[in-house]
Design a protein around this ligand. Structure first.
Ligand SMILES: Cc1cc2nc3c(=O)[nH]c(=O)nc-3n(C[C@H](O)[C@H](O)[C@H](O)COP(=O)(O)OP(=O)(O)OC[C@H]3O[C@@H](n4cnc5c(N)ncnc54)[C@H](O)[C@@H]3O)c2cc1C
Length: 502
């Protein structure tokens, strides 16, 4: 068996693995990505990414590349859903214009296009992706992890300081490393296909039916089948399987004349108990699975990647302060649990029957109340995510632990030039934005080898006069206008995330 080494092995070149590898590279670690598929699958799973993930990718300079897909996808979404409003349990009432921060929106892009953009970004940073490499074995000891990999040229063994499983919902890494993965079994199985249906007229209109939910339109058909609660389906969706599901849900026989791009998924909701077992970590679907209702999987998984990248890079470089790597689980596990919770609620609201019909009517009426509409919008956007930082006192700025929007900073130098925060964070380093005379600038100067400082006349946010932003966009410290900077708190933040001063 041949052998090679890397600092971090990332298993899986899906969106999360590619993002994590890019983040590791930016923060100075040497990742190697192993992907079992010889070519990207091209599966049109995700239709877009949520606002937190969109902002995170904009902070790495990918905004223009991603937004180029938006107009085409927007038109398609309107055609297919009949509405530009977002839905909770397929109640299409979440109104973007009613949201507290309507400017903080996701990006509509099909998953294969997203993967192409992320693949290009990672390659541009020098990340190596080895395709046709399937991880089949894993053993960790005090110094590192040894993986067994099946390749087109035979079996290989490799060694790395850390391994991260970004290998999807059925994660091999998760199983091999022994992560507990508790949760709830499926209430339904969903199937979606680009398909020619010979006798669409034989079908009831799209909507709720005694056996589940039926969706159909020109060029496609799908079911949410509450009569199928198998935990584990294998192999691609067959024509007969799809016809049987339509029969169960709608009581109708259909002829499928052609089918491609068929997907099957369930609403089982499971989450790894911890995201780290010593030298093996999990991110993305490998760490949490749930129904795709509300399109939240990538908002969650990509934020796992940006949370973990700089922390794990510091760990392998030997510069991580005590507890930094474990803050990955303590910050990201609650964010995942919140998504599982709301997807379970959506499944409950989709159960067939008159009792759920009545409940849906009441929820739909409630969603007409603007505050309730905002509540549902926040639930799905993840914008309410707030990390509990160990040093944050009750006096800390209320935005501490939340993710910063793309602030428009007015620079002190450069005669008042305005730049978006995302224009200053492409290198992946933390950033302090503060007025020139603010004592915070002097404090951060002691961390100048690790922290960027932007002297500004305005931070571009009504409740912020200065802010320290971590590489993942979390507000580590901030000051409100009209109050002096709490220097002790700023120092605590800098030490907690980046270690002692140089
Ligand atoms: C129908 C559907 C619609 C969805 N819509 C949305 C949406 O609109 N918005 C949203 O945010 N999310 C959506 N999701 C969820 C989203 O697709 C997932 O959350 C996302 O794919 C997770 O990315 P990942 O990188 O964690 O895992 P994956 O995309 O599953 O990637 C894992 C990679 O690991 C590789 N791999 C697996 N095992 C091994 C191994 N042993 N060795 C090497 N490589 C391995 C796989 O080949 C794969 O390339 C949807 C999901 C479905 C099913």
């Amino acid at each position: 068996m041949a052998s090679w080494t890397a600092e971090v092995i990332v298993v899986g070149a899906g969106p999360v693995g590619l993002s994590l590898a890019a983040e590791l590279r930016l923060a100075g670690a040497e990742p190697l990505v192993l992907e079992r598929l010889a070519e990207p699958s091209g599966q049109r799973k995700s239709r877009g990414i949520g606002p937190l993930a969109a902002e995170a990718l904009r902070r790495r300079g990918l905004g223009a590349r991603l937004s180029a897909y938006q107009p085409e996808r927007g038109a398609q979404k309107k055609r297919e859903h009949g509405s530009e409003k977002d839905h909770f349990a397929w109640i299409h009432k979440i109104d973007p214009s009613l949201q507290e921060e309507p400017g903080r929106r996701g990006i509509l892009i099909w998953q294969p296009d997203l993967e192409a953009v992320l693949g290009g970004h990672a390659a541009g940073l020098g990340v190596t992706v080895r395709r046709g490499h399937t991880v089949t074995g894993l053993a960790q000891d005090e110094d590192g992890v040894t993986g067994t990999v099946a390749t087109p040229d035979g079996g290989r063994r490799l060694r790395a300081a850390y391994v991260v499983g970004c290998d999807g919902g059925r994660s091999t890494v998760r199983k091999l490393a022994g992560f507990a993965f508790p949760g709830t079994p499926p209430l339904m199985t969903a199937r979606q296909a680009h398909a020619g249906v010979g006798d669409l007229g034989a079908l009831p209109p799209p909507g709720r039916l005694p056996g589940g939910m039926l969706l159909h339109g020109p060029g496609g058909i799908g079911t949410f089948d509450f009569g199928d609660t198998h935990e584990r389906h294998e192999g691609p969706v067959t024509v007969e399987e799809l016809r049987a599901s339509v029969r169960r849900v709608a009581g109708a026989e259909v002829t499928i004349t052609r089918m491609d791009g068929a997907l099957r998924f369930t609403d089982q909701a499971r989450q790894a108990e911890t995201y780290r077992l010593d030298r093996v970590l999990l991110a993305g679907d490998a760490a949490h699975v749930h129904s795709p209702n509300g399109g939240q999987g990538l908002n969650l998984g990509l934020m796992d990647a940006v949370n973990l990248g700089w922390k794990l890079a510091a760990q392998v470089r030997g510069t991580a302060p005590e507890g930094l790597l474990d803050s990955y689980t303590s910050e990201r596990h609650p964010a995942g649990a919140a998504v599982l919770h709301n997807t379970r609620a959506q499944s409950a609201l989709m159960l067939p029957g008159p009792h759920t019909d009545a409940l849906r009517d009441i929820v739909a009426d409630l969603m007409d109340i603007p505050d309730v509409n905002r509540y549902f919008g926040q639930l799905l956007s993840g914008l309410a995510t707030r990390y509990a930082f160990p040093y944050a006192t009750p006096d800390a700025h209320p935005l501490t632990g939340t993710h910063v929007p793309d602030l428009l900073l007015t620079l002190e130098t450069d005669v008042g030039r305005e730049v978006p925060l995302s224009g200053l964070t492409t290198g992946g380093r933390p950033l302090l934005a503060a007025p020139a005379g603010d004592p915070a600038v002097g404090v951060a100067a002691r961390w100048r080898d690790r922290v960027e400082v932007a002297e500004v006349t305005s931070v571009g946010h009504p409740s912020l006069a200065a802010a320290l932003v971590r590489p993942d966009g979390a507000v580590a410290w901030a000051r409100v206008p009209g109050r002096p900077s709490d220097i002790a708190l700023l120092e605590a933040a800098l030490r907690t995330w980046f270690g002692g001063p140089s």
